[in-house]
Design a protein around this ligand. Structure first.
Ligand SMILES: Nc1nc2c(c(=O)[nH]1)N[C@H]1C(S)=C(S)[C@@H](COP(=O)(O)OP(=O)(O)OC[C@H]3O[C@@H](n4cnc5c(=O)[nH]c(N)nc54)[C@H](O)[C@@H]3O)O[C@H]1N2
Ligand SMILES: Nc1nc2c(c(=O)[nH]1)N[C@H]1C(S)=C(S)[C@@H](COP(=O)(O)OP(=O)(O)OC[C@H]3O[C@@H](n4cnc5c(=O)[nH]c(N)nc54)[C@H](O)[C@@H]3O)O[C@H]1N2
Ligand code: SF4
Ligand SMILES: [Mo]
Length: 765
């Protein structure tokens, strides 16, 4: 047994871990929080202890597979698989052009290093179509950031740990995390007598139980509630005039609308007490420091993009921004977003929906239509990597139908997922504990950290890291030669003292003479400098660090952009050497390292608008805000609102497949208020049929008086057909409809699915 450092891969926090590794059996033993991790500092939640179920189970892929006409899979060699895939991709590109190809995924909760390599395939295919799970939750938020701050990559974080007043809207960090060391942070906030915690959620969640005030809002009415709060703030003159004058433009255009909103009507619509809303709005505005933390309860519910605008107006109008204890920008070491302002017309729209990308990403809600598009200009080939859209995209049946029409579907995954079962080729990736890996969810400010995880175990079967898979595929496609003799020689011969800068310069020179190599810098570095990389901390018999090589380029860019802040985090070097020193530290520090230390006052330098100000007036959003006044009450033909995708103690996206990982809730029960259950003749543990416009599912009932009557919930992250058997727990997206989504960003309204539930025979009470 040895003890190694790594991180949890189950949510965006990626807590640092120490893990016992049994060298003889190649298994993971005891898992604990790593006190040395620069962000999580020893914290973890109950799910991390179950990570062996990700590493070791019967659906792990060990060999490339090709689907046979009868639907079963045959083992093929890597050479054969990649040669055939390359030939088919090239043929589709030559015949139909780049618009026939789309990439889906590129990293789940903790594996974004492979994205540096997979991204190159889009370039080779001349395609800009990248679909991602992020584009079914956060693109409305990114779009609003683009307008407010001038760049869709201006992403925000919230200083929950230091805020005097924290407003949580539509998020349950006790279960879902998303903030540093969530449970500790929440308990501290809750215990403090000088700090205030408010939760807006239709369920009295584990988080809401810790709050000073819980506004148990009617589902889907947050836009009304937030508008009412803004209305109260402006009406009572509690907005921060000095901040608005110094830092923002466009407030005048909003002031009139906000100041005349029908506050009382809107609060009634949200079905919360006016006195509570007044108390919260006033205390929030008057707090010395305050921040807002939101998640899917806003982003995947009615008015998704408008919600993202309004929650930001709450902290901007009150000046709770760019200071300790407020909302803030953060840096990105390994960027996962792009900036694609649709007004510039530079980014391709899709054939069917004419949809534009946001932050470079296209929304899964439109994907099946783009494949089934009747015209010539349709999607014909896809690669799906690190995602399981056959279960996680809205409309499971629609996804299966559309994927069946693809001329080529390739899935790169560690496991035989439901999407993999629909593929023509399935390519086995090494697991995140078998390769060099990293998360791009570096959301900290003012101190930023980064962890390059080292492999703990040998690769399983013939599985390969994504770096190798995509590099070989590019070679097979004829995009890259297999050898780069000069670059290899330079990399091998370069003395350690120059920190690989010679290799980087040589690559620059090579690309200058062969510009068609420019998109493939990651793979070229991987083949040339990669084998020369070494760290004393690498362990024999495991993957060497070659795949980590793109981090050198990222470290150079980061140090060039933030030299003062990188030095302040303890890294040393001059203009030339600071970046490679940072890279060296990252490579040699498996527990993760601080990479930069900012001042809060730096916030203003992150704004991308030429005038350096926040542009509060977004005409589309002002229009959506005004439209609230005319919005009819929701259709009541289906009496219940289904929250399709709750985070609970034993779900973790699609990362685990073996159902025995769950200690509780193996069926993924439908939670229902006891009053609703009584009216419908349902009892705890009974079986029922849940129906929506999308379809129906048989579910197990669990009574839960924490819910608002009228809402029911089903968990996200179930439905796996482990070992090819029947689905375990609800295949949730059989109940969701693709068109039920935000008109702008096309993010699904999963938290607001009209539903009916009826007892199945013998289940009634
Ligand atoms: N345990 C666990 N944790 C996870 C994950 C997981 O699968 N399991 N997944 C991770 C991922 S990918 C994500 S994106 C995050 C999501 O994290 P969260 O968004 O925090 O989690 P959810 O449970 O999806 O939804 C949050 C809350 O929104 C509330 N809600 C529903 N409708 C409304 C509404 O109309 N208004 C308001 N105000 N609230 C509403 C729900 O009651 C719920 O408490 O979790 C991450 N963490
Ligand atoms: N109805 C409903 N639908 C939802 C949600 C909801 O709340 N309700 N939530 C949505 C949200 S917020 C999200 S983020 C999505 C998540 O949906 P997806 O992005 O589809 O799910 P993940 O669990 O991230 O997918 C992980 C896949 O990556 C594979 N994998 C793990 N490690 C590696 C690796 O190292 N390399 C490769 N190549 N593959 C690997 C896993 O085996 C798994 O198949 O689901 C969305 N769908
Ligand atoms: S699931 Fe999230 S919060 Fe829990 S240990 Fe893993 S990374 Fe940390
Ligand atoms: Mo997510």
């Amino acid at each position: 047994m040895t003890t190694q450092q790594t991180a949890c891969i189950l949510c965006s926090r990626n807590c640092g871990l120490t893990v016992e590794v049994d060298e003889a059996t190649g298994r993971l033993g005891r898992i604990e929080g790593d006190e040395l991790h620069p962000v999580s500092k020893g914290y973890l939640c109950q799910k991390a202890a179950r990570l062996a179920h990700y590493q070791e189970h019967d659906d792990r892929l060990e060999h490339p597979l090709r689907r046979k006409p009868d639907g079963s899979f045959a083992r093929v060699s890597w050479d054969e698989a990649l040669r055939e895939i390359a030939a088919r991709l090239v043929a589709i590109r030559e015949r139909h052009g780049g618009r026939a190809f789309a990439f889906y995924g590129g990293g789940g909760q903790g594996n974004h290093l492979g994205g540096a390599y997979s991204r190159q395939l889009g370039k080779a295919m001349k395609s800009r179509f990248v679909y991602s799970a992020l584009a079914q939750e956060k693109t409305g938020d990114f779009w609003v950031n683009g307008r407010l701050f001038g760049d869709q990559r201006c992403h925000l974080t919230e200083d929950v740990e230091h805020a005097e007043f924290v407003l949580f809207i539509g998020t349950n960090p006790f279960q879902a995390h998303g903030i540093p060391n969530a449970r500790d942070t929440l308990r501290e906030l809750s215990k403090s007598t000088t700090r205030t915690m408010v939760v807006v959620d239709p369920r009295k969640t584990e988080t809401a139980r810790l709050a000073d005030v819980h506004l148990q809002v009617r589902p889907g009415t947050d836009a009304f509630l937030m508008a009412a709060m803004l209305g109260l703030i402006v009406r009572e003159g509690l907005h921060d005039r000095a901040f608005l004058a110094a830092r923002c433009t466009g407030f005048e255009a909003l002031e009139q609308e906000l100041g005349t909103l029908p506050v009382e009507d809107y609060v009634r619509r949200a079905d919360v007490a006016l006195a509570d809303v007044e108390r919260v709005a006033r205390a929030f505005a008057r707090a010395r420091t305050a921040c807002v933390r939101i998640d899917l309860g806003l982003q995947q519910s009615l008015h998704s993009t408008l919600n993202s605008y309004l929650e930001k107006l709450l902290f901007l109008v009150t000046g709770h921004f760019g200071r300790a204890g407020c909302n803030n920008f953060h840096t990105s070491f390994m960027p996962i977003l792009g900036n694609t302002d649709e007004r510039l017309g530079k980014h391709p729209r899709t054939a069917h929906h004419q949809m534009f990308p946001i932050a470079g990403l296209y929304p899964p809600n439109i994907l099946p239509d783009e494949i089934e598009h009747p015209g010539e200009d349709r999607l014909r080939a896809m690669v799906v990597d690190s995602a399981n859209p056959a279960l996680t995209g809205a409309d499971t049946a629609g996804y299966a139908r559309a994927f069946a029409r693809l001329e080529l579907l390739v899935v790169v995954d560690v496991a035989m997922s439901e999407t993999a079962r629909l593929a023509h080729y399935v390519l086995p990736a090494a697991s995140q504990f078998e390769k060099w890996e990293a998360t791009g969810f570096n959301l900290e400010f003012p101190d930023q950290a980064f962890q390059l995880r080292h492999p703990l175990l040998p690769r399983r079967g013939e599985s390969l890291p994504e770096a190798e898979i995509y590099t070989r595929l590019l070679e097979e496609m004829g995009e890259l030669p297999r050898r780069f003799p000069v670059l290899e020689l330079i990399a091998r011969r370069e003395p350690a003292a120059t920190g690989h800068l010679g290799a980087i310069a040589a690559l620059g020179a090579a690309i200058a003479t062969r510009p068609r190599w420019a998109p493939y810098a990651a793979s070229i570095l991987y083949r040339t400098l990669g084998p020369a990389l070494s760290t004393a901390r690498a362990r024999p018999g495991l993957e060497p660090p070659a795949a980590a090589v793109p981090l050198l380029a990222l470290a150079l860019a980061y140090a060039a952009r933030y030299p003062r802040e990188v030095r302040r985090a303890g890294h040393q070097g001059n203009r030339l050497t600071l970046g490679s020193a940072l890279f060296r530290k990252i490579l040699d520090t498996p527990q993760g390292t601080l990479i930069s230390r900012h001042d809060f006052a730096d916030a203003w330098s992150f704004i991308a608008h030429d005038d350096g100000r926040i542009h509060l007036d977004i005409p589309e959003m002002r229009g959506a805000l005004e439209a609230l006044r005319r919005e009819p009450p929701p259709d009541a033909t289906r009496p219940l609102v289904l929250l399709a995708g709750e985070r609970r103690s034993y779900n973790a996206n699609q990362i685990f497949r073996d159902p025995t990982w769950r200690r509780v809730d193996r069926d993924g029960a439908l939670r229902m208020h006891p009053d609703d259950a009584r009216a419908l003749g349902l009892v705890d543990g009974g079986r029922a049929l849940c129906s929506t416009d999308g379809g129906e599912l048989t579910v197990t009932i669990e009574l839960d008086d924490a819910l608002r009557p009228g809402m029911v919930t089903l968990p996200h992250g179930y439905g796996q057909r482990y070992r090819g058997g029947a689905p375990h727990g609800p295949e949730l997206n059989r109940l969701t409809v693709r068109a039920h989504c935000d008109p702008l960003a096309r993010t699904p309204f999963h938290k607001h699915v009209p539903a009916t539930v009826r007892a199945l025979d013998g289940a009634g009470g």
